[in-house]
Ligand binder design. Sequence first.
Ligand code: MN
Length: 292
Amino acid sequence: MIESSLSDPDIHGTIRVISAAATDVGHVRATNEDSILDDSPIFLVADGMGGHNAGEVASAIAVEEFEKLTVQENVTVEQLGDALRTAAERIADLGGEAQLGAGTTVAVVATMVLDGVGYWVVLNLGDSRVYRLSGEIFEQVSVDHSVVQELMDRGELTAEEARTHPYRHMVTRALGAGPETDPDYWLIPAEVGDRMLVCSDGLTGEVSDTAIERVLRSPQDVRTIARSLVDLALEGGGRDNVSVVVVEAVEITGLSPEDEVTADPRRARDEDLPFDEDTLPRAVSGEGGANR
Ligand code: MN
């Protein structure tokens, strides 16, 4: 499966990134049920749920399945979907105590170059999040699959109220827990200098978007930024496990030189069309005529 997509003729080039991850159990929980993956081209946070050690097991399974894609320079959306499905099957097959309500959120940023254009592929299931800093833009890319998000969508709750709502930890979709397991995907053109943040709700439950943006915009390196974000969550209360992965695009390479040989004539023809239309009136007026 991996071999066939590596030879996919539509995929060329790479997005070179620098990245860093940080995680902390927090001040209240006994164990850290978050799992993280920081290995190009996959950057992932999974926040496990379930009794006993079910959450830890489920989030670790998500990381294991996506880790198999890190031998590649690029991934496809199909491969991400396959990794999700395999992880869901493994979680469903867990026996004994580990199966009790076992599930996990999954938030992923993956890099992909398609027809010479670099993209961030974002995948989300649950209430872990992906944020993007690109030039002036700072935005939450993913949309939570949560009870409070649904209340906010209906206008019954403000974002500020959601942070303290009693159902704020209740997700409406997760991998392996509950009937809703369909992820959402986004494909976003990548620019050199973009910073992507993948994080668990242990960060966003304690730290405002404004504070997150301020840290992401700082000129410090991604390792310092990742650590600073976790420290802010701990200072804010650290009531949950907190995990972050920060990814910065440092170089985007498109078509290889041999690909450009075949791509150039097609591109030249496309550009000739409007040029021909512009030159036609000049030829008719007798001042040009270079085409004749
Ligand atoms: Mn959490």
